[in-house]
Ligand binder design. Structure first.
Ligand SMILES: [Mg+2]
Length: 396
């Protein structure tokens, strides 16, 4: 079998990658919603993989893996990797999880990081209301994650939140020392959320990046009584092209709440120092940024050897990303907690994708399905109307 083409289009909010072959089998790859500009970057790899046998996934990846980088520049390589596994599974007549070593679990736990309703403000009562709504969702999530502090509008909406300057644009650009009021406000919002959630639903917080180490330690100490599941990306993280494991190690040693990072990191090599020095308690790579699903599995196995837990990122990965996450999560060792459940945007995504269980999530879990490849397909007839004019031949 040989790869004949590599395509990328925008389908609603998500870029979609499609690899075609000379045997009529094609594969789909997912890119996060926040990357509508990725198309030309996908095309960059085309001449390096056309003519290769897509079922030799690793051999194809060796041609392109070195030409990616931290988020967002690992996305194209990651989407290609996922599409290769989709083809390899279909060619073998097996679900991707079988090719990755088989199922460790029949259903995978997911956590809510994507289903949100608009918040009226940034006060404790607004945070309480946000998680109260999450508590009633039909998915029955057992873990929810809420953005706070530098990962939220607190920075601009809470007066004198920190000693830095509020930036009008950028992806989580803030960094600096919190004011005492800012620190207290953040802790009050945590208390309000826990008041609602009690010990029925686990609460994780997406916090930064941008905290100074002393603030991060003070905050971790202040929220210790609340038994939070994790504090994510306090120091470095989302859209930071570096890790600073030595700072994380200091924080983790001082915090009884698990410390989490990793969604922006590209490749296993960039996790080794975090893992080997036990700089965090939980890693959270995103299969659509880290280099793909086999890359994520490798990191999970290595983390497990070091007593580090795994909670993959995935909020923007759309329904193809959801399928990729289900396949790999089924195979991860027992350090697996849950992955971040992505949704289809807009809603018509649920009409064009075939193969997903309905409902998708029950009691906070997704049943792992058994169809070949990723086990889902886009119905080309139903999807064609949503393709950009220039990509009308995307499914041909
Ligand atoms: Mg995050």
């Amino acid at each position: 079998m040989k790869i004949t083409d590599l395509k990328c289009t925008m389908l609603g909010a998500n870029p979609v990658v499609r690899i075609t072959t000379d045997e009529g089998i094609s594969g789909l790859g997912a890119v996060e919603t926040y990357k509508p500009y990725i198309g030309p970057y996908v095309q960059f790899y085309k001449q390096m993989i056309v003519g290769e046998d897509p079922t030799n996934v690793e051999r194809v990846m060796m041609r392109i893996r070195q030409m990616g980088a931290f988020k967002p520049w690992g996305a194209a390589v990651s989407a290609i990797e996922i599409a290769l596994w989709d083809i390899a599974g279909k060619a073998a007549g097996l679900p991707v999880y079988k090719l990755l070593g088989g199922k460790v679990r029949d259903k995978v736990r997911v956590y809510n990081g994507a289903i949100r309703s608009p918040m009226k403000g940034q006060n404790p009562e607004d945070y309480a209301e946000a998680v109260a709504k999450m508590k009633t969702l039909p998915e029955g999530f057992t873990i929810v994650k809420q953005a706070i502090s530098f990962h939220s509008p607190m920075v601009s909406q809470v007066p004198d939140y920190f000693y830095g300057e509020v930036q009008p644009i950028g992806r989580h650009p803030h960094r600096g020392l919190l004011t005492e009021r800012g620190l207290k406000h953040t802790v009050e919002c945590v208390a309000a959320m826990k008041e609602v959630l009690g010990d029925e639903i686990g609460l994780a917080l997406d916090c930064g990046p941008g905290w100074t180490l002393p603030d991060a330690i003070r905050f971790a100490e202040a929220v210790a009584p609340y038994n939070l599941l994790w504090l994510e990306d306090m120091l470095t993280g989302d859209y930071k092209p570096y890790v600073q494991p030595e700072l994380y190690r200091e924080l983790t040693r001082r915090s009884s709440t698990p410390i989490h990072t990793g969604e922006q990191i590209y490749l296993r090599q960039n996790f080794t120092s975090l893992i080997e020095s036990n700089a965090v308690n939980i890693v959270g790579p995103d299969p659509c940024d880290v280099g793909g699903i086999a890359e994520l599995k490798w990191i999970a196995e290595y983390a497990d050897l070091h007593g580090i837990l795994m909670a993959p990122h995935g909020t923007g990965n759309g329904l193809i990303g959801l399928a990729a996450l289900v396949q790999v999560a089924a195979t991860l060792p027992q350090n697996y907690i849950a992955f971040e459940y992505p949704i289809g945007q807009p809603d018509w995504w649920y009409d064009i994708v075939e193969g997903l269980p309905r409902p998708i999530v029950q009691n906070g879990f997704i049943e792992v399905w058994d169809r070949p490849g990723l086990g889902i397909e886009i119905n080309a007839e139903a999807a064609r109307q949503y393709l950009p004019e220039a990509d009308r031949d995307f499914f041909d």
